[in-house]
Design a protein around this ligand. Structure first.
Ligand SMILES: NC(=O)c1ccc[n+]([C@@H]2O[C@H](COP(=O)([O-])OP(=O)(O)OC[C@H]3O[C@@H](n4cnc5c(N)ncnc54)[C@H](O)[C@@H]3O)[C@@H](O)[C@H]2O)c1
Length: 463
């Protein structure tokens, strides 16, 4: 926790900051091993019972959450479906703290029905606990047969983005668009968005489509799987390796030969393997392929290695331009192509790339970096369909301000502005990016491909 956030935690600090109109960030709740999905009850509201309602109730039943049903104008009665799913639905008591508000609007067919958002959320929001969650589930606008339904579904994005800015005390609001037939793929995403794992993810929306069913142990979703993480010796990459190992993966951590010592130490802690390779080397894809062959290929590839070489375009050298493009984008394309050509992606493999909000919002002095990171987003969007033919998914995370050596080197005033200019008024931690990657890399996330999820606490940049 940075010093400002620590100060804001004290009674005096909080009162002082509120009195002078400064942001008063709270300590965000983060995942702890063996902690339940939800520490307090979840309230479900349903606009009209659909197959999505059924899937949501089943997920809540499996996760042993305490579930309450909301009643009121515009809300359907989920009790018959709850009975089928073996969930007993209680009702909210006055003053009781709630962990999450889950609203299923998949059955809404017209924007005039969207008042259900107000009717459901308004009475319950005051009871939302610290680091509480609002999750809305609808249908992807582009998959709606009727323009009126597509309009209503598209409207949800603006609602979630605005609500994210209103929530206090570490609360987040997110939106899932699930296509018809994709209900069985909802599980990993609902668990992520409702839990503390999504601590620094707010105002995001993802699309889920149908894929084959996948059952797994939610405590160790990556058991028996091989994950390769580039740039794994420190910072965000080290956190990714740690979280993937926690989730059961055999981790192969890759970093430049100059970081071999650090990498070896980090991997030894995780019972992982160290691979000292510069990803821009001409034979890097071949070296990676060789390392993967003894494992029969890779289940999860995380392209995390990245650098900045900042200069305004007027002062940009060829070397800075080339290094950033080569490490951040071109080497990723070469590695993907080589592993694909050599059939080293295992069945149902996932690729997760680390982009940046600089690739979305742009940043002065970062034309090369913004170009490379927007390129990563382009790669994810354009490769999703061709990779789907090989049963491989590809998604990206776009971190905002994350507390690492990279951001510690930023001059104080700019660093402080970067930290505070988001709805949670604080920087994220490497583990927040890692948890998001673990969700996208979960075998049960096979309904997600082509998504870019910002891990930025709803940064004002590029919002
Ligand atoms: N820190 C942030 O706030 C932030 C924000 C947005 C995006 N990102 C992105 O997150 C990723 C990780 O960033 P970080 O903050 O942990 O940075 P970092 O500099 O701490 O770590 C990057 C790692 O990549 C490795 N690496 C660099 N070039 C390599 C190469 N040619 N071959 C193999 N490994 C190489 C480095 O040795 C290092 O271990 C990067 O892609 C970065 O662009 C970071």
């Amino acid at each position: 926790m940075d010093r400002y956030t620590t100060f804001a935690q004290s009674g005096f600090g909080r009162s002082l900051l509120q009195a002078v109109g400064m942001p008063a960030p709270v300590a965000l709740q983060r995942h702890q091993t063996h902690s339940p999905l939800l520490r307090a009850p979840v309230v479900i509201g349903v606009a009209r019972n659909t197959a999505v309602t059924q899937a949501l109730l089943r997920i809540l039943a499996d996760s042993q959450a305490v579930v309450y049903a909301a009643r009121g104008e515009g809300l359907d009665n989920p009790h018959p479906l709850a009975k089928e799913a073996n969930v007993s639905l209680g009702s909210v008591s006055e003053g009781e703290k709630l962990q999450a508000l889950l609203l299923d609007v998949s059955g809404v067919s017209d924007s005039s029905e969207l008042k259900v958002l107000l009717r459901f959320l308004q009475p319950h929001l005051p009871q939302l606990a610290a680091s509480g969650r609002v999750l809305i589930v609808g249908r992807p606008p582009e998959a709606c047969a009727e323009p009126k339904q597509a309009t209503a579904m598209r409207a949800l994005e603006g609602f979630v983005r605005s609500l994210g800015k209103e929530l206090r005390a570490g609360g987040t609001a997110n939106l899932i668009y699930v296509a018809e037939g994709g209900e069985a793929q909802l599980d990993s995403s609902v668990r992520f968005f409702l839990s503390p794992r999504s601590a620094y993810v707010s105002a995001q929306h993802v699309r889920i489509t149908a894929n084959s069913a996948c059952t797994l142990d939610w405590q160790k979703p990556l058991a028996g799987q091989v994950a390769l993480v580039t740039g794994a010796s420190r910072g965000i990459g080290a956190a990714i390796a740690e979280v993937l190992a926690r989730d059961g993966a055999k981790v192969i951590g890759l970093d430049i030969p100059q970081a071999a010592g650090e990498l070896q130490t980090a991997m030894a802690r995780l019972d992982g393997e160290a691979l000292a390779v510069d990803i821009t080397a001409a034979d890097a894809p071949k070296q990676i392929a060789e390392a993967l062959k003894s494992h029969g290929g890779v289940d999860l590839l995380v392209h995390n290695a990245g650098i900045t070489r900042d200069k305004t375009l007027a002062r940009m050298s060829d070397a800075f331009w080339d290094q950033v493009m080569d490490i951040n984008l071109l080497s990723e394309e070469r590695i993907n192509d080589h592993l694909l050509a050599n059939k080293l992606f295992k069945k149902g493999a996932r690729i997760v790339c680390v982009a940046s909000i600089s690739g979305i919002a742009g940043n002065r002095g970062q034309t090369n970096y913004g170009l490379s990171k927007a390129g990563v987003i382009g790669m994810v969007e354009s490769m999703a369909a061709p990779l789907a033919k090989h049963n491989i998914s590809i998604n990206a995370v776009a971190p905002g301000f994350i507390e690492t050596q990279m951001t510690a080197a930023i001059p104080f005033a700019i660093r402080e502005a970067g930290r505070r200019m988001n709805s949670l008024s604080q920087g994220g931690l490497p583990v927040d990016v890692a948890e998001t990657i673990a969700w996208l890399g979960n075998p049960a996330s096979n309904g997600l491909s082509g998504n870019v999820v910002r891990v930025c606490g709803q940064s004002l940049l590029g919002a």
